[in-house]
Design a protein around this ligand. Structure first.
Ligand SMILES: NC(=O)c1ccc[n+]([C@@H]2O[C@H](COP(=O)([O-])OP(=O)(O)OC[C@H]3O[C@@H](n4cnc5c(N)ncnc54)[C@H](OP(=O)(O)O)[C@@H]3O)[C@@H](O)[C@H]2O)c1
Length: 241
């Protein structure tokens, strides 16, 4: 139980990959602060599944499009006890290209996908202080380091988050380590916009298994503290081709 006695805050943890990661933490003995935006029923369901594993789970709702609501998350979370780690998972992923991206779309993606992790990391670091240790994991996408023209505002926000990961690794050393986990084909997008040729571009020729998501996250939550500023790709080699 490597996370026994430790609490991990995960954004967007009510459903899909956030839920997978929340359950992975609980299965490793950790307690979870489940942030969600607009999925109260799914958050309650995930909370019950974590509690059934004998772990604590608390729910915090906040719209990450609103900086005031973001700023309230860490103060609310620490009322339940000290935090060990922050996983910046929540994200929006709109199928927008250069031509049809409005300034509003652009700013919404930067706020949810980049400003929220920035503000949460800043508040998390202030909470951890200098005398204890902590970990931040930013959930990225293979596109972050290989920008193409699809999902333009999303890709740029994730590229910014990759840069933030490295910058924070320096700024928060030595007691907080900061790493990125860059996903590839894990779950089809929730908007149903699935590229049918997707696996043709994945050297592994398959989707990830969900247990691989949990195992990769646990490595970054429990692995060596000498690894910081690193971006691990869980993408079957997609970022290489
Ligand atoms: N799925 C994949 O195969 C894949 C591939 C590459 C990268 N990724 C990355 O992996 C992470 C998880 O992927 P996913 O497919 O599970 O993500 P998702 O379903 O698209 O979104 C994750 C969560 O983000 C939250 N969110 C979005 N806008 C929000 C807002 N304004 N305020 C608060 N929460 C908000 C949602 O929470 P609520 O429902 O509670 O509002 C949602 O459950 C993301 O960072 C994504 O970029 C995923």
């Amino acid at each position: 139980m490597p996370l026994s006695g430790k609490t991990v805050l995960i954004t967007g943890a009510a459903r899909r990959l956030g839920k997978v990661m929340a359950l992975a933490v609980a299965n490793a003995g950790g307690d979870v602060i489940l942030h969600h935006g607009h999925s109260p029923a799914e958050a309650t369901q995930t909370q019950s599944e974590i509690q059934a594993l004998g772990r604590n789970a608390h729910i915090i709702q906040a719209d990450l499009n609103d900086p005031a609501q973001i700023s309230a998350i860490i103060p609310r979370a620490v009322q339940f006890g000290p935090l060990f780690a922050l996983v910046n998972n929540a994200s929006i992923f709109d199928a927008l290209k250069l031509k049809n991206t409005t300034l509003k779309d652009w700013e919404r993606h930067q706020r949810v996908n980049l400003s929220a992790p920035f503000l949460l990391s800043q508040a998390f670091a202030a909470h951890v202080g200098k005398d204890t240790t902590g970990r931040i994991i930013n959930i990225l996408d293979w596109r972050a380091l290989r920008p193409e023209a699809d999902h333009l505002p999303y890709t740029i926000s994730k590229a910014g988050l990759a840069a933030l990961t490295k910058s924070l690794a320096i700024a928060l050393a030595p007691n907080i380590i900061v790493n990125g986990l860059a996903f590839g084909a894990i779950l089809p997008p929730s908007d149903g916009n699935l590229n049918e040729d997707l696996l043709a571009q994945v050297p592994a020729k398959r989707w990830a298994r969900l247990d691989e998501v949990g195992r990769a996250l646990l490595f970054l939550l429990t692995g060596p503290t000498y690894i910081t500023g690193e971006i691990i790709h869980l993408d079957g080699g997609r970022h290489l081709v």
